[in-house]
Design a protein around this ligand. Structure first.
Ligand code: GN1
Ligand code: MG
Length: 371
């Protein structure tokens, strides 16, 4: 799906209401789903200004216009609120540059829905949290996001990927992939399947509570990977969260769960050496401290109580999703080698087991933080 040549990107970039002359475009490979380009323009005053140009992956997001409607609503809402306290929000929050036709996206000449964001300068991301300060900042950033959108009615947003975090349905999809065994790989993953089976009893805990009306539906981010937080390169403070494609009605627990999943573990998401997959309790504590600091007042006691469980659930859920993709020709997540989705699945299952072992400690930590 990646648009390959710079001239094509230049043509698409020029469809947006960007001032100045196109200078260059460089592909960015970090996300597993969309195609992303860093585009530089020379403004009339001679200054180089950078933008993020992205093509939405339409096999993942079946209704890209709905994605853009959600993203536009959320960025507008956040910017209005941030502008109330700061004179200029443009450098520190995501903004959409509309197309010259006035829409928040444009259609590429070869199809596809493209959008353009400001590039927030002076920032970096981390794939692995290095210290408790970064963990605290990441918790603070996602908590602040939740707080900023807490008064945006969830009913105004579309569910762009239905049942995105419905773990039992994800498990059903894995079972379907096992039954189909498209690539003849099932015999190779018996151990992983058995480990998932032992964890299956708890998979419906959160969806059941949601169905019983015990957990509030909120506007949530749904892709709270640690590398979706921008950190200021000088101060190492979190600036804002990015990657808003999956912002939709959801549960706070999926956001904090995915943040736990991607922060406590010092190993890469596809680390083949499973002995490196661990739960770093000081990182957990700092992360939750930051999150509760900015989002805590809006959370119910049940949401807070289930935080440790949410990390384990998200690790199993991602283990299931990566394994499903491994058995289904790697058709969803971008891979750079044939076993990458299997490595990713194994890492997540090991992490889920480590998180299960640490559950009591995590519960004690939550108790300490709320009293
Ligand atoms: C995908 O591409 P990226 O990093 O934004 C995926 C997430 C997974 C993540 C795992 C829309 O996110 O759900 O947690 O990979 N996004 C989608 O690394 O499926
Ligand atoms: Mg994403």
């Amino acid at each position: 799906m990646r648009a390959s040549c710079e001239s094509e990107i230049e043509h698409i970039a020029d469809l947006f209401a960007i001032e100045g002359q196109f200078e260059s475009a460089v592909g960015i490979e970090t996300g597993l789903i969309n195609s992303t380009w860093l585009v530089t323009y020379h403004s009339q005053s001679g200054e180089a200004v950078r933008y993020i140009l992205q093509r939405i992956n339409e096999s993942v997001f079946g209704q890209p216009q709905e994605v853009m409607r959600n993203v536009a609503a959320v960025t507008r809402h956040i910017n209005q609120k941030v502008l109330r306290v700061k004179r200029d929000a443009s450098g520190q929050t995501l903004n959409l540059y509309p197309g010259r036709t006035g829409y928040s996206h444009v259609e590429g000449p070869q199809g596809g829905i493209w959008r353009c964001y400001n590039f927030i300068e002076g920032c970096r991301t981390y794939d692995v949290v290095e210290n408790t300060r970064q963990a605290y900042q990441a918790g603070l950033a996602f908590g602040a996001f939740q707080d900023l959108v807490s008064d945006l009615p969830a009913t105004q947003l579309s569910e762009v990927i239905p049942d995105f975090h419905h773990t039992p349905k994800r498990y059903q999809q894995l079972q379907n992939a096992v039954a189909a065994d498209e690539c003849g790989l099932v015999s190779e993953v018996r151990d992983e399947l058995a480990r998932i089976e032992t964890m299956s009893g708890e998979m419906d805990r959160i969806v059941s509570l949601e169905e019983q009306g015990e957990l509030p539906i909120r506007v949530t981010h749904n892709d709270t990977k640690i590398n979706n937080v921008l950190f200021d390169v000088d101060s190492d403070e979190a600036v804002c969260v990015i990657d808003l494609d999956t912002v939709m009605p959801g549960l706070s627990l999926y956001d904090i769960g995915d943040l736990i999943r991607t922060s406590v573990n010092p190993a890469a998401e596809d680390e083949p050496d499973l002995s490196q997959v661990q739960v770093r309790m000081p990182i957990f504590e700092a992360l939750i401290e930051g999150y509760l600091q900015s989002a805590g007042k809006g959370l119910s006691p049940l949401e807070i109580q289930l935080i440790p469980f949410s990390g384990k659930l998200l690790a199993v859920e991602l283990g299931i999703r990566f394994l499903t993709d491994y058995l289904s020709k790697d058709s969803y997540f971008r891979v750079t080698h044939p076993q990458q989705n299997l490595f990713r699945a194994r890492t997540q299952l090991k992490l889920a087991e480590e998180l299960a072992n640490a559950e009591q400690q995590m519960n004690a930590c939550i108790q300490k933080l709320i009293y």
